[in-house]
Structure formats: structure tokens, C-alpha cells
Write a protein of this length. Sequence first.
Length: 463
Amino acid sequence: MMEKEKSILKTLAPYNSRQSSRQMHVFPLLISSLLSSLFLLFLSYSSSSSSSSSLILSHSAVAHADFCSGRYLYVYDLPDKFNAGILRDCRTIFPWVDMCPYVANMGLGPHLNETGSVLTGDGWHITNQWVLEVIFHNRIRQYECLTANSSQADAFFVPYYVGLDTGRNLWRPNITLLERDSLLVELFQLLKSRPEWSAKGGRDHFILSGRATWDLQRDDDRGNQWGGKLLMLPEVKNMTVLLIESNAWARNEFAIPYPTNFHPSNESHVVTWQAKVRSTNRPWLFSFAGARRPGQAGSIRDQLFHQCLKSIRCKLLDCASAGSNCDIPVTTMSLFQSSSFCLQPPGDTPTRRSAFDSMLAGCIPVFFTPHSAYTQYQWYLPNNYSEYSVYIPDDEVREGRVSIEEVLLKYSEEEIGNMKEKVVSMIPTLIYKDPSYKLESVRDAFDVAVDGVLRRVKSIIGN
């Protein structure tokens, strides 16, 4: 019996020896007193339990703090004209393409409902290759270690859609170079007025462009030069810049994957897709999807067309021919799934979105210049490029000194199998998840990019 109960009973004991007429009154008093005592004990226990719950919550908060220590991001809340306003003006982004369907749905584009047997499963969209800024911005809103306290932040993200802004001004008639970069100049006036920028001069800040580095390197405002000048601003030299294609010699530029059409919303979509491409029958030794570049000096595409057309082991998809449907994901992914090797020559610049589409299909990429992948996506691709790809120097192909087919035939089935498995294992970190969902067990291209930024900031400014 509890001490408090014993004390109560002892106090009531004298009353128990009295005449029975009074016992009828004593008994209810005893019951009432016992209930009161038990109620007090319950309150005492409840208070103790509450303290334990607080302790548990405290431990949970500490665990989250430990998890986020060194990983806190602060996202600037910029005026709409730097991001959402550009999307509202989506019909002006490209003069020949209505980008409104592509910037919708958080940048994923229209949902692809009819996937057939080629794109088995959910998570497929028609995603434009220039919309990475929109996808990344929506993904960062789901980041688990965001902070509204800028003094707590380890890195600062500037959500300005510089690639889309630059792109819409490249072909706008009667616009001066100063007008082309007016929003960019205004942005940095705003940033430099903020204490977050002043604290470290922007060295802990990062920005993203969905265009290649070469579109953002205009060095002055004279004449009719190409591109914007983001990367030439002295302030930007302190920042970390993420792009779909970087300048390999720029210390602050880092390439991250082009967006593909696959944006899974749960872990099973990823696993199911990987299992599918592992087991797909591949009747073609190699394939090429693309168009010739007749006016491009140094292009090897004519040679690729020539070599593929004369080989019984190669499948060609001429994207310049009528009805080729290269913009339809089912068409290109069907080709890549049926091929062991996929040729990835330079396009307008050294890199191609097609390289990521082909790896998504489990096809081993064949590169012809190191700048198509090896000097670019160093946070994503193995340093030993022979683990997942084949390299054939472009000058040997251009001069007709090498047969692509003969090179590829030298690989044994075991070697091809090992390389394909490496490609398939890389798929999760080469895609961007659907920003509407959290996939805690799958690290995607966004996660790799953020980790890379945080490592760089730490190396520059210390803990």
C-alpha cells in the first residue's frame, strides 16, 4: 500500500471503533479520501510523464539539430520578377516554343500517361531540358534542413531563374545588352544590400543556371554579343554556380545532370525501373539518336551517320527527318533500351541531355571528348570512366582512322554486363525526384548537388 494511503487510513482508524450508526457515514468518507489520494497520485504521475515526454521531445529536437548541423540552407525570398514572374511570362521564354506546358507542374511538364511497355510504371513526364531552375527551386522547398534564421545557415541559395531570363532576352528584338541583363544587375544590388551577403562576401552563396556556361560569359556590353554576363560579374566569382554544363577551368562552376523525363514519387518506382532496364533485351550493339551538324566545324556526326548506316549492328534515329519523334520520350527510350552502347557526340556544346537519357535506359554511353562528361559531372560520375563508359577520341573518328563497331566488339559480354550494371546503379543520383514527395531512402541529383555545395562552402570558409 502506498505511504499516502497508509497515512490516510491511520488518520481514519479511530472512527472505525465507533457505533455502527456512524459507520455508514465513515465509509463514504473513507472512499472519498482514498479517491482523492489516488487522484493526487495520478496528478503526480501525470506530471512526471509530462516531464518524460518533454525530455523525449528534447532528444528529438537534438537529434534533428545533429542531423542538420552543417547542412542548414537559407533560401532567399526574392520578389516574383526573379522567378515566378518569369514563368507567368512563359510564352516569351523561347520565340519558337510555347514553354508554358513545360514550366507547369513544378517544372516537370505534362504527365506522360501512355507509357506502354517502354516506360513501365509511374513518374514519367515530358520535361524540357531548360527547366532545371524551376525543378531545383521546388525541390529545395522540400529540403529537410531549411532555416528561416539566416544566422544559422551554412549556405544560401539565390532562386533567380537566370537561364530562363537570359534565354528570353537572347532573341527579343530591339533589346540592348544593358537591358538584357537589367534583372541580373538589380539582383546583385539587392543581394549586396543584405547582411547575409556582407557577412562573407557571397562565398557561402550558390545559384543555379539551367543553361550552359557558354551562354553566361558575355564579357562586355558592346556590339551584338551572345549570352548574358552572370559568370563575368566579380561578385559571382565568390559564389558556387551550378550549371548543366560548366567551364572545366572555372573553380566555382560545377556541372549537375540535365533533367530527364523520369521523376519518381516513391522508392518503388526507382527500384522497378532499375529492374526493368537490367532485364531488357538489347539486340543492337550500338545506336545513335541525333541530327547532323552540317554547318558546325569539327562535328563528327556525319561520320557517326556513315558508320551506323553501314553496320548491321547499329540502329540510327535521325532526329532531323520528318516523323522521327525524337521529342517523344517513348521513342528515344525505346531505342536506348534496345542498345548496349549509345553514341554521345557533342551537340551545340560538348554535353548532351541525351547522355543522361541513355544512362537512364541502362545504355553504356560512348563519348568522343572528355568535356562531354569526364571534366563535367565530377560529383556524379566515377573517376574511372571505363567503369561505365567508352571513350573514342573524336579526331580518330573524324579522320576515319577508327571503326566504332570494331572498338565496341572488343568488349566481352562480361565486361558489357559489368559496365551496364554500373550505369544502372547510378540511375538514382542522375534523376530529379518529383518535388511533391519526399523519398527519404533515395538520394537524387538534387541531394548530391546540395551536399557538394555544402562541402565546398565548408572548405572555403571553414566550420
